[in-house]
Design a protein around this ligand. Structure first.
Ligand code: VGL
Ligand code: ZN
Length: 197
């Protein structure tokens, strides 16, 4: 049964020195590159925000990063400006292998964030990734990357709900860990049937 490797958001802004640095975010790159060799299909995701994106604290005058705001689609964490389209921060880590079959960008609509590679944060607007996988006959997914408690978490849970067999290789992920978000993410992934390996 065809499997794909999905490498989530291994971008400069999520690595040490970046705008939304995930501790140890760069350490996983060699292991991810090695894992790519075991998959026929490799997909990269890329967080890809326009300047002034609504998930940026700077777009909500006076609010601090890592606070919350109510968006029309529900509560949203406010982030430092990160992964702005075309910037070095949005580029993949320079050591990451980028000879992938597909690069899927997300978070490019100004008014809505997108953690999951499958649906934007309103949980209904599709990215098109499901259709790509189904038309390629792919049924099993392995996920790695950044950040474990946000984009990996929501991508894995959505994929499991869509009926894919999902494994997250935990040692090839790193987390932001905001207010217990790592424990919450791990519990939610397991509850959704994701294998956290
Ligand atoms: C992410 C926060 C904001 C992620 C993206 O890739 O996990 N987290 N944008
Ligand atoms: Zn983002």
């Amino acid at each position: 049964m065809p499997n794909a490797l999905i490498v989530i958001d291994v971008q400069n802004d999520f690595c040490p020195g970046g705008a939304l640095a995930v501790p140890g975010g760069d350490v996983i790159v060699p292991g991810i590159n090695a894992l790519m060799a075991e998959y026929d299909t490799v997909i990269l995701t890329q967080d890809w925000h326009p300047a002034g994106h609504s998930s940026f604290a700077s777009s909500h005058g006076g609010k601090d990063p890592y606070g919350m705001v109510d968006m029309p689609y529900g509560p949203q964490v406010l982030w430092p400006d990160h992964c702005v389209q075309g910037t070095q921060g949005a580029a993949f880590h320079s050591d990451l292998r980028v000879d992938a079959d597909l690069i899927i960008r997300k978070g490019f609509r100004a008014g809505i964030d997108s953690y999951s590679a499958f649906f934007e944060n309103d949980q209904v607007t599709p990215t098109g990734l499901e259709g790509y996988l189904r038309t390629r006959g792919i049924t099993g997914l392995t996920m790695v990357g950044l950040a474990l408690d946000f984009c990996v978490h929501f991508s894995a849970v959505d994929a499991a709900r869509l009926g894919f067999d999902v494994t997250v290789r935990m040692e090839l992920c790193r987390a932001i860990d905001l207010d217990g978000s790592l424990a919450g993410a791990t519990g939610a992934m397991r509850a959704a049937g994701v294998i956290c390996d």
